[in-house]
Design a protein. Structure first.
Length: 132
């Protein structure tokens, strides 16, 4: 694999596009209006899956988000990145990943936790911009 970043970006976009085809379109305002009291329930996944064809603001945000996500993923150690991608994008369970990687389940859980923590920190500014 010559350029893992390009491959990862392509896989991620394709997964999101496939997932979106199964969902209805929503406006940016509807997505943000969810549960405003809780950071943990902010619908970022819904936002990324939303139809941006008639919403230039949403399209711009999604483009910026994907660029930042790819940069943040590239900053992760390979093993953390792999666990995150397999679990979140390829929808493998942590147990399946442990078997695939020939690692203890707790090790895989730890790697996923470190990856999520890093991504939360790196992408916090985008989240804050959306909270207005």
């Amino acid at each position: 694999l010559e350029n893992a970043g390009v491959w990862l970006y392509a896989v991620t976009r394709n997964k999101i596009t496939d997932s979106y085809r199964k969902k209805k379109s929503e406006s940016l305002d509807e997505l943000i209006a969810g549960d405003e009291d809780s950071e943990s329930t902010f619908p970022i996944r819904q936002l990324l899956l939303a139809d941006d064809s008639n919403n230039p603001e949403l399209k711009l945000f999604k483009d910026i988000f994907w660029d930042e996500l790819m940069k943040a993923l590239e900053e992760l150690p390979e093993k953390q990145r792999r666990v995150f991608v397999l679990n979140e994008l390829e929808e493998k369970t942590l147990q399946e990943i442990a078997v695939m990687e020939n690692e203890n389940l707790k090790t895989i859980i730890s790697r996923k936790g470190y990856a999520v923590k890093h991504l939360r920190i790196r992408l916090r500014s985008l989240y804050e911009e959306l909270k207005f």
